[in-house]
Ligand binder design. Structure first.
Ligand code: G1P
Ligand code: ZN
Length: 544
């Protein structure tokens, strides 16, 4: 096999964000752009000669073309084997599982998650390490550094690989195996949850479900598991066919974007259980008949009931949440006397805690939940977890949620996003907040007295690495919080996120609408940050 060395020049914007390098497809299609980044990853890794790399993506536009390029580069750089999802498809949790199961050296996951897809939309790539999880910051910093000095990349002169035929072939020195993307993942789910009970509850009609795959990767996974294996009626999985542009929609599972599901769940004769997943299948939205469960509540409820699920029957070693996620899970941890960790936004920060056995379950407010079964958040896992809970408790979702609030109180929560703000204005807002931090503690705004105001830094308890500037936190004496941070996954300008939460113990007040209950805090967030004033916007782009 002939290996070509191609001369190239650095691109200055290849610094990975919250979850890998995410850019417009057109950016990735520039000559050498993808190749530079892949070569930079390979250049900063050591000792992978002859080893295995897992490869797959969320199936969006440019997925197949990118996979062919990466196959040739992996061959030229000396990998010994590639395990690739059929059709180039692998959800991040399925890829994570394949890396772990095959003791691979690592994996490349092509995904822009919940961002829209198509020739004018987004594409992304991230590297996962041997534990199956996203590369920690010391790796991503090295990728960026290499990308800034790169002058050539290596690529093998070989024909395109047929991605659709399952099986193994040897091409020169590299073995290429195409696997079914669902089989191993489905087997793992079967080992975690009580499938016979689920089959019984779904088959008997006790649970009627609707899963919205949003024309994204979970279509084949959900059809196989929910319909074929667990007996949900054909058609229970809607928008099941993965499309390169997600049917023109935003494949983000929230009430704003999964409207078809939301309409069903709040409509007449609503199913018992509703759920949706995102572009690459790692996020989840949980709904019941006439109720939406916030991701922060979902995490807390899962933690509180984990002992009812076969794989977690022995209890949890600990839990973790990203900093902006509500404190609901902290209350569960306190009650069960297990550790609760607060990490920066992004799944990569959970990896060390999971590897060290410090935590079993973790999650983020951004519709992400997962456990130590893989090193990615996992949309369908969360769906099966909830189904298993409903089947075990024989309770509808609304009752499970209300019982939880009764026991622990309710952390009323919402996130307001201002998207595509000019970067200068967004940075100015953060700077403005930062400059106010030293004087805020002790200030009173009606019943809201500021207890602390700081910028979140995290020291990883396992490797002691420190991550600074992870968001601005303003905490109040009454337990309420406002957090401000800039998104690290957007591709147009800057996205400002405001996270709002207020604790309510009084059961009489648990049924309030979140926006109304948070109105004072929303006003206060504007007073402190001047987002509306400085951006000229009158309202957030998305409220979740
Ligand atoms: C967003 C979410 C974050 C999540 C990430 C990847 O990142 O907020 O929780 O881990 O997507 O799915 P952000 O755009 O806020 O940096
Ligand atoms: Zn995702």
């Amino acid at each position: 096999m002939q290996i070509e060395t191609i001369t190239t020049h650095p691109y200055d914007d290849q610094n990975p964000g919250t979850s890998g390098l995410r850019k417009k497809v057109k950016t990735f299609q520039q000559p050498g752009y993808l190749e530079n980044f892949v070569q930079s990853i390979f250049d900063s890794l050591n000792d992978f000669a002859g080893k295995t790399l897992v490869l797959g993506g969320d199936g969006r536009y440019f997925n197949r073309a990118a996979i062919q390029i990466i196959i040739k580069m992996a061959a030229a750089n000396g990998f010994g084997e590639l395990i690739i999802g059929q059709g180039g498809l692998l959800s991040p949790p399925a890829a994570s599982h394949l890396i772990r199961k095959n003791q691979a050296f690592g994996g490349l996951v092509l995904s822009a998650s919940h961002n829209p897809g198509g020739p004018d939309e987004d594409f992304g790539i991230k590297y996962n390490v041997a534990n199956g999880g996203p590369a920690p910051e010391k790796y991503t910093a090295a990728f960026y550094q290499c990308s800034q000095a790169i002058d050539c990349y290596k690529i093998a002169a070989m024909a395109d690989i047929d991605l659709d035929s399952i099986g193994t072939q040897q091409v020169g020195d590299i073995k290429i195996t195409i696997v079914d993307p669902v089989t191993d993942y489905a087997e793992m789910m079967q080992s975690i949850f009580d499938f016979p009970l689920l089959k019984q509850s779904i088959g008997s009609g006790y649970i009627r479900l609707c899963f919205d795959a949003m024309h994204a990767i979970t279509g084949p996974y959900a059809k196989r598991i929910l319909e074929d294996m667990l007996g949900a009626k054909p058609g229970s999985v809607i928008n099941a066919e993965p499309l390169e542009d997600f049917g023109g929609h935003h494949p983000d599972p929230n009430l704003a974007h999964a409207q078809e599901l939301a309409a069903k769940m709040f409509g007449p004769d609503a199913p018992t259980f509703g759920a949706a997943s995102d572009g690459d299948g790692d996020r989840n939205m949980i709904m019941g008949s006439h109720i939406f469960v916030t991701p922060s509540d979902s995490l807390a409820i899962m933690a509180a009931n984990a002992h009812l699920i076969p794989a977690y029957a022995k209890g949890l070693s600990g839990v973790a949440r990203s900093m902006p996620t509500s404190q609901a899970v902290d209350r569960v941890a306190a009650k069960y006397a297990i550790p609760c960790y607060e990490t920066p936004t992004g799944w990569k920060f959970f990896g060390n805690l999971l590897d060290a056995g410090k935590i079993t379950i973790c999650g983020e407010e951004s519709f992400g939940t997962g456990s130590d079964h893989v090193r990615e958040k996992d949309g369908l896992w969360a769906v099966l977890f909830w189904l298993n809970l409903i089947a075990r408790k024989r309770q509808p979702v609304a009752d499970i949620v209300h019982d939880h609030w009764l026991k622990f109180g309710r952390d009323i929560y919402s996130r307001h996003d201002y998207e595509a703000v000019s970067s200068d204005i967004a940075n100015g807002i953060i700077e403005h907040l930062r400059s106010r931090l030293p004087t805020l503690a002790g200030q009173a705004f009606d019943e809201y007295i500021i207890k602390y105001a700081d910028e979140f830094s995290y020291q990883d308890p396992i490797d002691n690495s420190i991550s600074h500037n992870q968001g601005i936190r303003i905490g109040f004496e009454n337990g309420s919080r406002i957090v401000f941070r800039l998104s690290g996954t957007g591709t147009v300008g800057a996205t400002l996120r405001i996270y709002l939460e207020r604790f309510e113990v009084d059961a009489e007040k648990h049924d309030q609408d979140a926006q109304a209950a948070l109105a004072d805090l929303i006003d206060l967030a504007e007073q402190l940050s001047e987002i509306k004033k400085r951006t000229g916007r009158t309202e957030p782009t998305v409220i979740t």
